[in-house]
Design a protein around this ligand. Structure first.
Ligand SMILES: Nc1ncnc2c1ncn2[C@@H]1O[C@H](COP(=O)(O)OP(=O)(O)OP(=O)(O)O)[C@@H](O)[C@H]1O
Ligand SMILES: [Mg+2]
Length: 418
């Protein structure tokens, strides 16, 4: 790869351990915006530091999953090191690489995926001289603490980086807020700190995120979720008359027995999916609950005369799924129910005009204006109110606008998918 001269912040992250006044820190934390150049300079700095200070030692380089780590960090790092004259012998099957500098010192770097099953057990018992935790806020605390506890060699150091999450997140509270107590150097990155980020790509990221995700991923702030979940929803931008004919159709369902059921019919026109019409049944309000067969009849009525082949549904709606499958008319897709990832993708779809709501969908429009975060919760949690159409829309977006189908989502989904 072609390097641009490192920014000031990147140079610090790369060389802090050798700089007067900074060399006495036990740890370094780089947080901030996405694509701000943290991983590149930290991973290189980590190997340079290890090679300058140790020989025959072991280190751990950890990502959220081993797959993500290989793609985002190990491959570009080894390529860069080789171009700088390092000898890197990677043992892929054993997840480590021996890296030596000019035939002199040699150290071993083990690779871990913090979220991979059994990773805490694998790292347990190792003696390490340093650990680099890439995207630390996305790893289980137990793994991170285990990795830290392994660094018992004199002179060992901890290298952390992450994007911001909720300010109640343990890493923020335990490390960023207590950086002085932990003797950690704290470097906050913004997109300005990446000299390779073109203004065009940067604008794309700025358009992609909104609300709390904009604050976190573009501005790099540890912002609390609050207010509306979808502040980017507006009638002017997100509600519009659908075309008469679409090229593809599907239905998404959030199923409730006591709580409302919300089914939406979607039609694709070019790159845009329109929510054409919906079925929203509130048993409590109506004073009468409906059977699965009754809901199924409404599902068929919603499909009416358009060729709907699949129904994307709440994976926990076992009896309704069984009912739809029994009839054999629609293929059932069990939805991906990761809430925060789903909200993020719906936000992006709304902001970019990938989904448009027909004015007929009154309950969806109502819920968009009411669906809010639970500010009392210790994390990113939407209130369980006015969330039925919101859930079926999330299921739809997670299934139909997934990363694999759209380059648009690749950048943001990359972070959270594994
Ligand atoms: N000095 C540089 N020269 C060339 N390319 C760079 C430079 N700094 C960063 N990049 C490139 O910019 C992109 C983003 O950098 P990097 O992955 O380090 O950012 P990040 O802050 O870790 O992002 P994220 O928060 O999304 O993980 C990468 O493709 C990286 O190779
Ligand atoms: Mg990174």
């Amino acid at each position: 790869m072609e390097f641009k001269p490192f920014s000031k912040k990147q140079s610090l992250a790369l060389r802090w351990w050798s700089m007067p006044g900074l060399g006495s820190y036990d740890a370094v934390i780089c947080d901030g915006a996405v694509r701000s150049g943290k991983t590149l300079c930290m991973s290189l700095g980590f190997v340079l530091w290890a090679s300058a200070c140790f020989d025959g030692a072991s280190f751990a380089v950890c990502g959220k999953t081993i797959t993500a780590l290989r793609r985002n960090l190990v491959s570009p790092l080894l390529q860069t090191l080789r171009s700088l004259g390092f000898d890197c012998k990677e043992k892929v099957s054993a997840n480590y690489a021996d890296i030596s500098m000019a035939g002199t010192v040699s150290n071993r770097f083990y690779f871990f995926g913090g979220k991979d099953e059994g990773s805490a057990a694998l790292i347990q018992g190792m003696t390490l001289s340093g650990v680099l935790l890439d995207e630390v806020a996305l790893m289980p605390r137990s793994f991170v603490e285990q990795a830290i506890a392994r660094c018992s060699v004199t002179g060992s150091r901890l290298w952390f980086n992450c994007n911001p999450e909720h300010p109640a997140h343990w890493f923020y509270r335990e490390w960023i807020c207590k950086k002085d107590e932990k003797n950690a150097l704290y470097l906050h990155f913004t997109m300005d700190d990446n000299p390779a980020l073109s203004s065009e790509v940067r604008r794309r990221y700025e358009r992609l995120y909104s609300g709390v995700f904009y604050e976190r991923f573009v501005l790099g702030k540890w912002t609390q979720t609050g207010g509306l979940v979808y502040p980017m929803f507006s009638r002017e931008k997100c509600v519009g008359s659908p075309p008469e004919q679409c090229s593809e159709y599907c239905i998404s369902c959030d199923y409730g027995t006591v709580n409302p059921s919300s089914f939406g019919l979607w039609g694709r026109y070019g790159e845009v999916w329109y929510r054409l019409r919906e079925y929203y049944y509130d048993a409590r309000k109506a004073g009468l609950s409906r059977t699965d067969e009754e809901h199924y009849r409404e599902l068929c009525a919603l499909a009416d005369d358009v060729p709907v082949r699949k129904v994307i549904i709440d994976p926990s709606a076992a009896s309704m799924i069984a009912c739809i499958e029994r009839h054999g008319r629609f293929r059932v897709i069990r939805a991906d129910n990761r809430v925060l990832t789903g909200i993020q993708r719906v936000s992006e779809a709304l902001s970019s005009g990938k989904i448009i709501i027909s004015p007929e969908c009154a309950d969806t429009i109502r819920e968009f204006s009411l669906y809010c975060w639970d500010e009392g919760a210790k994390g990113d949690c939407p209130k369980k109110e006015n969330d039925h159409a919101m859930d079926d829309i999330r299921y739809f977006v997670m299934s139909e606008l997934a990363e694999k189908n759209s380059s648009f989502f690749a950048a943001s989904a990359r972070r959270r998918k594994e």
